[in-house]
Design a protein around this ligand. Structure first.
Ligand SMILES: Cc1ncc(COP(=O)(O)O)c(C=O)c1O
Length: 382
């Protein structure tokens, strides 16, 4: 089996480049999406066309929320929902150190301060016990991330938030369609945010985002802020932003949304096969599968591996593209160290994951033979 898959290596400007035949992820763009895009370009306004509002309606229905408001990115969705909930002005928002940097950037964009609470090693999501310890009188919100598509412990988080009188904004940018205790993520917090960046479980084939909420006022405020603060054509009630989703992207998003459940099912089935084929390896810790409370969507399939960097190098030489999500925790990013004075050792669990995690190929069109090949190569390495 191995011969056909081997990746070749070339040297570009002295740097070794591996050409992988099993990619980490794959964007799906088919005829129906292309036709929807062309149709929108030909027949609708480029900005705030009909597809934008239809996409919002359909996305809200999918999540089981009253409202959905699209934005130009997941980062904007997070930023504007915090603003709409009245969070900013040097208040604190508790979040996880292990996420894409945009999670914490959005808190700073809103004028608040990110306070990090370390993760739980079973799911790599924020640990509710750590959240409680970080809440002070300045804390106005918690922003859990459903990392890698695995739902965070929302029941405990909501209970802490309600008891302490603070808001919850779910960062669901990696978790379209995931469920927690039978509810779609996004339908649990005061607001929730999604990204449609091309690598996500569904995309608009460009940048894009969505805020979902059951709070009419929050939805109306996000809708105003994303559109220059506009209340009516020439009346601006807030200092807003140009953060709208383009019509052509919304048209593609509508088609992608109809495929999401099928794609997520295939991701879960891929994860089950990985789980089974990697079960006898001492050097590998596998991510949690679905259980009675958590229905993940495996945006990424992330293992923790002994000699991670060597394993990555070996797999890439064998034609298997891998990723690291994330090699640097948010507090250890240079700008966060410089701004807030964070030093190594403060969030040991997140740091341990960043030093050992490895994302294996995961997408709906990954073949079972490909997964078997990846696992064979991991076995060979150890
Ligand atoms: C967890 C998380 N939060 C926020 C974002 C930001 O989304 P966007 O890239 O659409 O701004 C991303 C996307 O990469 C993400 O993965």
């Amino acid at each position: 089996m191995s011969g056909a898959k081997t990746g070749n290596t070339t040297s570009v400007a002295g740097v070794e480049q591996h050409h992988c035949s099993i990619p980490l992820s794959k964007l799906i763009f088919d005829e129906e999406m292309k036709n929807a895009a062309i149709d929108a370009l030909r027949n609708e306004r480029f900005v705030m066309g009909e597809s934008v509002f239809k996409f919002e309606e359909e996305f809200a229905r999918y999540c089981g929320t009253e409202y959905a408001v699209s934005t130009s990115s997941g980062t904007d969705a997070l930023h504007l929902s915090l603003r709409a909930l009245g969070i900013g002005n040097k208040t604190d928002v508790v979040t996880t150190p292990l996420s894409f940097v945009a999670t914490a950037n959005a808190i700073i964009h809103a004028g608040a301060v990110p306070i990090f609470a370390d993760i739980d090693m079973g799911t790599y999501n924020i640990d509710p016990n750590q959240i409680s310890e970080k809440i002070t009188r300045r804390t106005k919100a918690v922003m859990p991330v459903h990392l890698y598509g695995h739902p965070a412990y929302m029941e405990s988080i909501m209970e802490i938030a309600r008891t302490r009188g603070i808001k919850v904004v779910e960062d669901a940018c990696q978790a379209h369609g995931a469920e927690y205790k039978g509810l779609k993520v996004g339908a649990i917090g005061d607001a929730a945010c999604f990204s449609f960046y091309p690598s996500k479980n569904m995309t608009v084939c460009g940048d894009g985002g969505m805020v979902v909420t059951n709070d009419e006022k929050v939805a109306a405020t996000v809708a105003k802020l994303r559109d220059c603060g506009r209340e009516t054509k020439h009346v601006h009630g807030a200092v807003g932003y140009t953060a709208r989703l383009n019509t052509v992207n919304a048209a593609i998003g509508r088609v992608q949304l109809t495929r999401l459940d099928g794609w997520n099912e295939r991701r879960r089935s891929n994860a089950k096969l990985y789980h089974y084929l990697l079960s006898d390896l001492d050097g590998v810790v596998r991510p949690p599968l679905e259980d009675s409370e958590h229905k993940p969507v495996f945006h990424l399939y992330v293992i923790r591996a002994e000699r991670r960097d060597k394993l990555k190098e070996w797999l890439e030489k064998e034609g298997i593209q891998c990723g690291i999500h994330y090699p640097v925790t948010i507090p250890m990013q240079p700008v966060y160290q410089k701004t807030f004075g964070f030093a190594k050792g403060k969030y040991p669990k997140s740091e341990l994951v960043s030093e050992t995690c490895l994302s294996l190929p995961m997408h709906p069109h990954l073949k079972r033979e490909d997964i078997k090949y990846v696992c064979e190569k991991i076995h060979e390495f150890y």
